[in-house]
Each structure stands twice: as structure tokens, then as C-alpha cells.
Design a protein. Sequence first.
Length: 334
Amino acid sequence: MNEIQAKAPVILAEIQKANSILLHCHPSPDPDSVGSALAMKFTLEQMGKKVTVISSDSDIPRGFNHFPGITDIQRTNFFELDLKKFDLFIIQDSGSSGMISRFKPITFPLPIRTIVIDHHVSNPKYADINLVESSYPATAQLLFELFLIWDMEMTHDIAANLFMGIYSDTGGFKYPGTTSRTFACAGKLIEFVPEFPKLISDMENSNTPGFITFEALALNSIRTFLNGTLGFSIMSNKALADAKIPKNEIRGDAVSPILRSVENWLVTAVVIELEPGNVKISFRSKDGDMYDVSKLASMLGGGGHAAASGATLMMPIEDAVSLVVAKAKDLYNL
């Protein structure tokens, strides 16, 4: 019996005891976060539950506006909620409690029951019930198998959200962790979503002039370290302000694949000073076995996957860059 089969009845029993359930999207949400939240929302509603989904720290990217159920996500932060209104909080695709909100720390246990469903290897299992399967490339694939075990009805709207989560977190089925089970899962989902090419196209072709300006700044701000083995795009708060780039156009995850594509850069990072002294870093590696960036991120208080991770450092940006380079040098013997 694998972890999903073992935990599925335990999670279902906890859901059945609850009436009002809270779901969230993690800060700077990606399609796996949003799609998983919406797919779980529709599934819980099949069970007759009252469900609230919050956007938490960030607005939902405009490229996700066509995801079924997107208008049901409330623009509310976790700290604005009255937890007494909920029986259960299902925390998905969040490798640490800091991925619920970055505004300030959240202390566990909470006054309501909590369930974590996640696929990040760095997850410390911080909820009352934890289903963490790091061999899965997306939380959405985990949910697909959970829903099968629960014998839930698959619908167009559930399938569309799960498919977009899987497609995105596998990098279009090319990242490590993608398996024949992933393709089998996607194949079953698109039986319910024949228009899936349009779903992908609408998401991938939603850039704005503001984002193109950001992308140009990012590519013009690249520096290399340790004999060209590290390639970092480094953008200070001042540079972003001088370029007049709106906060909602600052998307480091969209630039990361470009850096990762450079053949001699073993580890790449997009380093963004969102505010003076508040530095967000998105790491990528082509070889997660040899250059596991989740280990690097964990050393800096973050986490994620072997090939894609992140961290936030509260210090001046040049100090943050120096710290990252020093940690990478020691960790990877570069």
C-alpha cells in the first residue's frame, strides 16, 4: 500500500466530519496551486461541503482567468480570516507554512484541523494530517489519484484544473518526475477536456507589454559566478522602480526557464528585491540529482524540488547574492 492509498481514507474521514472548509493559493501562485485548489473545491462541493478559496498574498495571474471556477477565488489574505468560521483547512502545494502567507509566520497547530497535500521533497509535514509524495511531479496528479480512490465523479471543470496543474508543473511533460503514470493521468483528464490545446494556448499567450519590459530587464541583469557555473539574473528594487514595472508583472518563474536553458550554467537563479531588504530567489537546475537546488533553498530557509526551488532572504540584495554564491560553492563543491 502506497502513501496515497494509506492516507486517502484518513483524509476523507476528516473531510466528512467538516462542514466549512478553507482552501488557499500559495504566494505567487502557479497553475498547480490554482488548479489544485479549484479542483478540490469542486470535489468538496460534490460532497455537500461549504468551501472558501482565498488568493492569500498575491493576485491570480491574468493567464489563469480561463480556469473554471477562477471567479470563486476570494481576494483575501490568511490573516484577514476568522478561523472560527471553518472546521478544516486543506493546505495544498505548499512545501512549508511560509507558503500559506509570507506576510508573517503562522504557528502550528492551528485552532482548526489541518491537512497538507503536497509533492515538495522539503515539506516538513506541519499539519495534523500530511500526505506528501515527492515522487509526484504535481499536486494535481496526487489529487487525481485521491479522487479516484474516493470514487468521485470526474467533471469537465475538475479535469481542466487538474490537467493545467500537471501540464505546468511538469514543464509540458519534460521535467524530472514525469512518468508513464503522469501521461496516463493526463490522457484520462483530456477525455473530459477536448479543448485542452486552447487552455494551454490561452495561458501561455497572455503576456503584457509590462511583462516584456520586466523580461528585458531580467535578461539584461545577468551575472555569472564560480567560473561560469552559476547564472543569476539580479534585479534590485531600484532597477525595477526605474523601469516602472508594476508589481503584478514581476514574474521570476517565467524567466527561470530561459536561464535554465543555457548549457554551461549548472545552477541558475532569478534574484528579485521586491522591496528594499526583501529578496525573493527562484532556483533552477537541469540536473536535480547532482545539483539539487532544494538543498540550497533549504539552507536559506526555503524549499521546493530538486530541479526547482525558492527562498526569501531579508537582507540587502548584494548580501543575498554573496550568501547564495557561498552556499552553492560549498554545497556543490564548485
